[in-house]
Design a protein around this ligand. Structure first.
Ligand code: R5P
Length: 294
Protein backbone atom coordinates (compact mmCIF):
# COMPACT_ATOMS: atom_id res chain seq x y z
CA UNK A 1 0.00 0.00 0.00
CA UNK A 2 2.77 2.46 0.96
CA UNK A 3 2.42 5.29 3.45
CA UNK A 4 2.15 8.92 2.37
CA UNK A 5 2.66 10.85 5.61
CA UNK A 6 2.93 10.64 9.37
CA UNK A 7 0.84 13.07 11.36
CA UNK A 8 1.77 13.66 14.98
CA UNK A 9 -0.38 15.18 17.68
CA UNK A 10 0.89 17.61 20.32
CA UNK A 11 2.90 15.57 22.81
CA UNK A 12 3.66 12.77 20.34
CA UNK A 13 5.98 14.61 17.95
CA UNK A 14 9.11 12.73 19.06
CA UNK A 15 7.76 9.29 18.16
CA UNK A 16 5.91 10.57 15.07
CA UNK A 17 9.00 12.30 13.65
CA UNK A 18 11.14 9.24 14.42
CA UNK A 19 8.76 7.05 12.42
CA UNK A 20 8.50 9.56 9.54
CA UNK A 21 12.30 9.84 9.30
CA UNK A 22 12.76 6.07 9.32
CA UNK A 23 10.06 5.52 6.71
CA UNK A 24 11.42 8.45 4.67
CA UNK A 25 8.02 10.12 4.31
CA UNK A 26 6.56 13.54 5.16
CA UNK A 27 5.76 14.60 8.70
CA UNK A 28 2.92 16.97 9.55
CA UNK A 29 1.36 18.03 12.80
CA UNK A 30 -2.31 18.01 13.73
CA UNK A 31 -3.32 21.44 14.94
CA UNK A 32 -5.43 21.44 18.08
CA UNK A 33 -7.09 24.74 18.88
CA UNK A 34 -8.16 25.05 22.51
CA UNK A 35 -10.90 27.31 23.82
CA UNK A 36 -10.99 28.96 27.21
CA UNK A 37 -13.96 26.82 28.33
CA UNK A 38 -11.91 23.63 27.91
CA UNK A 39 -13.31 22.61 24.52
CA UNK A 40 -11.13 22.26 21.44
CA UNK A 41 -11.24 21.75 17.71
CA UNK A 42 -8.72 20.24 15.32
CA UNK A 43 -7.48 21.52 12.00
CA UNK A 44 -5.80 19.30 9.42
CA UNK A 45 -3.51 20.87 6.84
CA UNK A 46 -4.00 20.53 3.07
CA UNK A 47 -3.01 17.83 0.63
CA UNK A 48 -4.14 14.72 2.51
CA UNK A 49 -7.07 13.76 0.31
CA UNK A 50 -7.14 10.01 -0.34
CA UNK A 51 -3.72 9.52 1.28
CA UNK A 52 -2.49 6.67 3.45
CA UNK A 53 -1.88 8.36 6.76
CA UNK A 54 -0.28 7.29 10.01
CA UNK A 55 -1.54 9.25 13.01
CA UNK A 56 0.67 8.99 16.10
CA UNK A 57 -1.02 9.92 19.34
CA UNK A 58 -0.10 9.35 22.99
CA UNK A 59 -3.21 8.69 25.05
CA UNK A 60 -1.60 9.81 28.32
CA UNK A 61 -1.54 12.06 30.34
CA UNK A 62 -5.18 13.25 30.34
CA UNK A 63 -6.47 9.98 28.86
CA UNK A 64 -10.06 11.17 28.42
CA UNK A 65 -9.10 14.43 26.70
CA UNK A 66 -6.57 12.55 24.55
CA UNK A 67 -9.18 9.97 23.55
CA UNK A 68 -11.51 12.72 22.38
CA UNK A 69 -8.64 14.33 20.44
CA UNK A 70 -8.02 10.96 18.77
CA UNK A 71 -11.66 10.59 17.76
CA UNK A 72 -11.93 14.11 16.31
CA UNK A 73 -8.52 14.01 14.62
CA UNK A 74 -9.25 10.71 12.88
CA UNK A 75 -12.57 12.08 11.67
CA UNK A 76 -10.71 15.06 10.17
CA UNK A 77 -8.51 12.63 8.19
CA UNK A 78 -11.43 10.42 7.18
CA UNK A 79 -13.30 13.49 5.90
CA UNK A 80 -10.45 13.71 3.37
CA UNK A 81 -11.10 10.07 2.40
CA UNK A 82 -7.73 9.12 3.85
CA UNK A 83 -6.83 5.62 5.04
CA UNK A 84 -6.26 6.15 8.75
CA UNK A 85 -3.75 4.02 10.65
CA UNK A 86 -3.69 5.13 14.28
CA UNK A 87 -0.45 4.46 16.14
CA UNK A 88 -1.33 4.51 19.82
CA UNK A 89 1.81 3.62 21.78
CA UNK A 90 -0.25 3.24 24.97
CA UNK A 91 -3.87 2.10 24.69
CA UNK A 92 -5.69 3.84 27.50
CA UNK A 93 -8.92 2.43 28.97
CA UNK A 94 -7.74 -1.08 28.05
CA UNK A 95 -8.02 -2.32 31.64
CA UNK A 96 -11.80 -1.98 31.48
CA UNK A 97 -12.07 -4.94 29.09
CA UNK A 98 -14.78 -6.73 31.14
CA UNK A 99 -17.83 -5.94 33.21
CA UNK A 100 -16.02 -6.65 36.49
CA UNK A 101 -18.96 -5.57 38.67
CA UNK A 102 -22.62 -5.51 37.63
CA UNK A 103 -23.58 -2.15 36.19
CA UNK A 104 -20.15 -1.40 34.78
CA UNK A 105 -19.52 -0.96 31.07
CA UNK A 106 -16.88 -2.64 28.92
CA UNK A 107 -15.39 0.76 28.17
CA UNK A 108 -12.83 -0.57 25.71
CA UNK A 109 -15.59 -2.06 23.52
CA UNK A 110 -17.46 1.26 23.40
CA UNK A 111 -14.28 3.13 22.48
CA UNK A 112 -13.43 0.57 19.80
CA UNK A 113 -16.84 1.17 18.23
CA UNK A 114 -16.48 4.94 18.43
CA UNK A 115 -13.02 4.82 16.85
CA UNK A 116 -14.40 2.71 14.01
CA UNK A 117 -17.20 5.23 13.51
CA UNK A 118 -14.69 8.10 13.61
CA UNK A 119 -12.86 6.58 10.66
CA UNK A 120 -9.96 4.60 12.12
CA UNK A 121 -9.09 1.76 9.72
CA UNK A 122 -6.27 0.07 11.64
CA UNK A 123 -4.39 0.45 14.90
CA UNK A 124 -0.86 -0.31 15.98
CA UNK A 125 -0.26 -0.35 19.71
CA UNK A 126 2.21 -1.77 22.21
CA UNK A 127 1.49 -4.29 24.97
CA UNK A 128 -2.24 -3.73 25.25
CA UNK A 129 -3.36 -4.73 28.74
CA UNK A 130 -4.92 -8.06 27.72
CA UNK A 131 -5.30 -10.29 24.69
CA UNK A 132 -9.07 -10.35 25.38
CA UNK A 133 -9.13 -6.61 24.83
CA UNK A 134 -7.98 -7.09 21.24
CA UNK A 135 -11.12 -9.11 20.48
CA UNK A 136 -13.30 -6.07 21.24
CA UNK A 137 -12.08 -4.27 18.10
CA UNK A 138 -13.84 -4.68 14.78
CA UNK A 139 -10.67 -3.74 12.89
CA UNK A 140 -7.09 -4.93 12.59
CA UNK A 141 -5.07 -4.15 15.71
CA UNK A 142 -1.33 -4.84 15.60
CA UNK A 143 -0.29 -5.35 19.20
CA UNK A 144 3.49 -5.27 19.41
CA UNK A 145 5.47 -6.58 22.36
CA UNK A 146 8.03 -4.28 23.94
CA UNK A 147 9.65 -7.21 25.75
CA UNK A 148 12.49 -7.69 23.21
CA UNK A 149 13.57 -4.02 23.37
CA UNK A 150 13.20 -3.91 27.16
CA UNK A 151 15.21 -7.14 27.43
CA UNK A 152 17.91 -5.66 25.21
CA UNK A 153 18.20 -2.73 27.61
CA UNK A 154 18.21 -5.09 30.60
CA UNK A 155 21.05 -7.09 29.03
CA UNK A 156 23.09 -3.90 28.66
CA UNK A 157 23.08 -3.62 32.48
CA UNK A 158 25.27 -6.76 32.49
CA UNK A 159 23.82 -8.22 35.69
CA UNK A 160 24.44 -11.86 36.56
CA UNK A 161 22.40 -14.34 38.63
CA UNK A 162 19.12 -12.94 37.31
CA UNK A 163 15.49 -13.93 37.91
CA UNK A 164 12.29 -12.58 36.34
CA UNK A 165 9.09 -12.07 38.34
CA UNK A 166 5.54 -11.17 37.35
CA UNK A 167 3.29 -9.47 39.92
CA UNK A 168 0.32 -11.60 38.78
CA UNK A 169 -0.60 -14.68 36.77
CA UNK A 170 -2.13 -12.46 34.06
CA UNK A 171 1.33 -11.16 33.18
CA UNK A 172 3.15 -14.50 33.18
CA UNK A 173 3.34 -14.86 29.39
CA UNK A 174 4.85 -11.39 29.09
CA UNK A 175 7.37 -12.19 31.82
CA UNK A 176 8.25 -15.52 30.21
CA UNK A 177 8.91 -13.74 26.92
CA UNK A 178 11.24 -11.30 28.70
CA UNK A 179 12.90 -14.17 30.57
CA UNK A 180 13.53 -16.10 27.35
CA UNK A 181 15.17 -13.02 25.84
CA UNK A 182 17.62 -12.66 28.72
CA UNK A 183 17.99 -16.39 29.38
CA UNK A 184 16.50 -16.51 32.88
CA UNK A 185 13.77 -18.29 34.82
CA UNK A 186 10.37 -16.60 35.37
CA UNK A 187 8.14 -16.84 38.44
CA UNK A 188 4.73 -15.28 39.14
CA UNK A 189 3.17 -13.92 42.30
CA UNK A 190 -0.58 -14.11 42.87
CA UNK A 191 -2.29 -10.74 43.03
CA UNK A 192 -5.88 -10.00 44.02
CA UNK A 193 -7.73 -6.75 43.48
CA UNK A 194 -10.82 -5.71 45.41
CA UNK A 195 -13.03 -4.58 42.54
CA UNK A 196 -14.87 -2.11 44.75
CA UNK A 197 -12.02 -0.41 46.60
CA UNK A 198 -9.26 -1.06 44.05
CA UNK A 199 -7.06 -2.31 46.92
CA UNK A 200 -4.58 -5.03 45.99
CA UNK A 201 -3.20 -7.87 48.04
CA UNK A 202 -0.51 -10.35 47.11
CA UNK A 203 0.27 -13.91 48.12
CA UNK A 204 3.86 -14.74 48.88
CA UNK A 205 5.50 -17.62 47.01
CA UNK A 206 8.20 -20.08 47.92
CA UNK A 207 11.22 -18.89 45.94
CA UNK A 208 14.92 -18.57 46.48
CA UNK A 209 15.81 -15.03 45.46
CA UNK A 210 18.84 -14.92 47.69
CA UNK A 211 21.62 -12.82 46.09
CA UNK A 212 19.69 -12.56 42.83
CA UNK A 213 19.09 -9.57 40.60
CA UNK A 214 15.37 -9.67 39.93
CA UNK A 215 13.57 -7.99 37.04
CA UNK A 216 9.90 -7.42 37.90
CA UNK A 217 7.92 -7.18 34.67
CA UNK A 218 4.52 -5.58 34.16
CA UNK A 219 2.62 -4.04 31.26
CA UNK A 220 2.15 -0.82 33.19
CA UNK A 221 3.00 0.97 36.38
CA UNK A 222 0.15 3.21 37.53
CA UNK A 223 0.28 3.87 41.29
CA UNK A 224 3.18 1.44 41.67
CA UNK A 225 1.25 -0.55 44.29
CA UNK A 226 1.69 -3.89 42.49
CA UNK A 227 5.42 -3.49 41.92
CA UNK A 228 5.97 -2.14 45.43
CA UNK A 229 4.34 -5.21 46.99
CA UNK A 230 6.47 -7.56 44.87
CA UNK A 231 9.62 -5.58 45.68
CA UNK A 232 9.02 -5.90 49.42
CA UNK A 233 8.51 -9.67 49.11
CA UNK A 234 11.57 -10.12 46.91
CA UNK A 235 13.80 -8.17 49.29
CA UNK A 236 12.43 -10.32 52.14
CA UNK A 237 13.54 -13.36 50.11
CA UNK A 238 17.05 -11.92 49.94
CA UNK A 239 17.08 -10.35 46.47
CA UNK A 240 20.22 -8.32 45.85
CA UNK A 241 18.63 -5.88 43.41
CA UNK A 242 15.06 -5.40 42.25
CA UNK A 243 14.61 -3.67 38.91
CA UNK A 244 11.05 -2.66 38.01
CA UNK A 245 10.43 -2.89 34.27
CA UNK A 246 7.20 -1.89 32.53
CA UNK A 247 6.20 -0.96 29.02
CA UNK A 248 3.97 1.92 30.11
CA UNK A 249 5.06 4.14 32.99
CA UNK A 250 2.04 6.18 34.03
CA UNK A 251 3.64 6.75 37.44
CA UNK A 252 0.71 8.45 39.16
CA UNK A 253 0.05 9.15 42.83
CA UNK A 254 3.72 9.10 43.95
CA UNK A 255 4.38 5.75 42.28
CA UNK A 256 8.11 6.40 42.11
CA UNK A 257 8.44 6.97 45.88
CA UNK A 258 6.20 3.98 46.58
CA UNK A 259 8.32 1.64 44.44
CA UNK A 260 11.74 2.87 45.53
CA UNK A 261 10.54 3.11 49.14
CA UNK A 262 9.54 -0.57 48.99
CA UNK A 263 13.11 -1.54 48.17
CA UNK A 264 13.27 -1.52 44.37
CA UNK A 265 16.57 -0.17 43.06
CA UNK A 266 15.59 1.09 39.63
CA UNK A 267 12.60 1.75 37.39
CA UNK A 268 12.82 1.26 33.63
CA UNK A 269 10.02 1.95 31.14
CA UNK A 270 9.66 2.71 27.45
CA UNK A 271 8.66 6.14 26.16
CA UNK A 272 5.11 5.11 25.17
CA UNK A 273 4.49 7.52 28.04
CA UNK A 274 7.14 10.10 28.87
CA UNK A 275 8.43 10.00 32.45
CA UNK A 276 11.85 10.38 34.12
CA UNK A 277 12.42 6.61 33.75
CA UNK A 278 11.41 6.19 30.09
CA UNK A 279 14.83 4.98 28.99
CA UNK A 280 13.82 2.74 26.09
CA UNK A 281 12.71 4.30 22.78
CA UNK A 282 9.71 2.58 21.24
CA UNK A 283 9.87 4.36 17.84
CA UNK A 284 12.15 1.73 16.18
CA UNK A 285 9.75 -1.08 17.16
CA UNK A 286 6.79 0.86 15.75
CA UNK A 287 8.74 1.65 12.60
CA UNK A 288 9.63 -2.03 12.03
CA UNK A 289 5.99 -2.97 12.50
CA UNK A 290 4.67 -0.27 10.12
CA UNK A 291 7.31 -1.15 7.51
CA UNK A 292 5.88 -4.68 7.38
CA UNK A 293 2.37 -3.28 6.88
CA UNK A 294 3.37 -0.94 4.06
C1 R5P B 1 -3.03 -4.84 36.18
O1 R5P B 1 -3.42 -5.99 36.13
C2 R5P B 1 -1.85 -4.32 35.42
O2 R5P B 1 -1.20 -5.32 34.70
C3 R5P B 1 -0.87 -3.64 36.34
O3 R5P B 1 -0.30 -4.60 37.19
C4 R5P B 1 -1.55 -2.60 37.17
O4 R5P B 1 -2.39 -1.81 36.38
C5 R5P B 1 -0.52 -1.74 37.85
O5 R5P B 1 -1.19 -0.82 38.63
P1 R5P B 1 -0.51 -0.23 39.91
O6 R5P B 1 0.82 0.30 39.51
O7 R5P B 1 -1.47 0.88 40.34
O8 R5P B 1 -0.42 -1.31 40.92
Amino acid sequence: MGWDAVIGSAGSEDIAKGIANSLGIDYASMEIIKFKDGEFKVRLGHGFEGKNLIFVHRLFPDPSQKMLELIISCRAMKNENAHVHAVLPYMSYARQDKEFVNGEVVTLRVLAQVLREAGVDEITTVDIHSAEGLKLFDMKVNNRSAMPVLAQYAKSLKLDNVLVASPDYGGIERSREFAREIGAEAVAFEKFRDRNTGEISMNDIDIDASGKNVFVIDDMIATGGSIAKVSTLLKKHGAKKVIAIATHGLLVDNAEERILGAGADEIITTNTILNPHSKVDIAPLLYESLKKEA
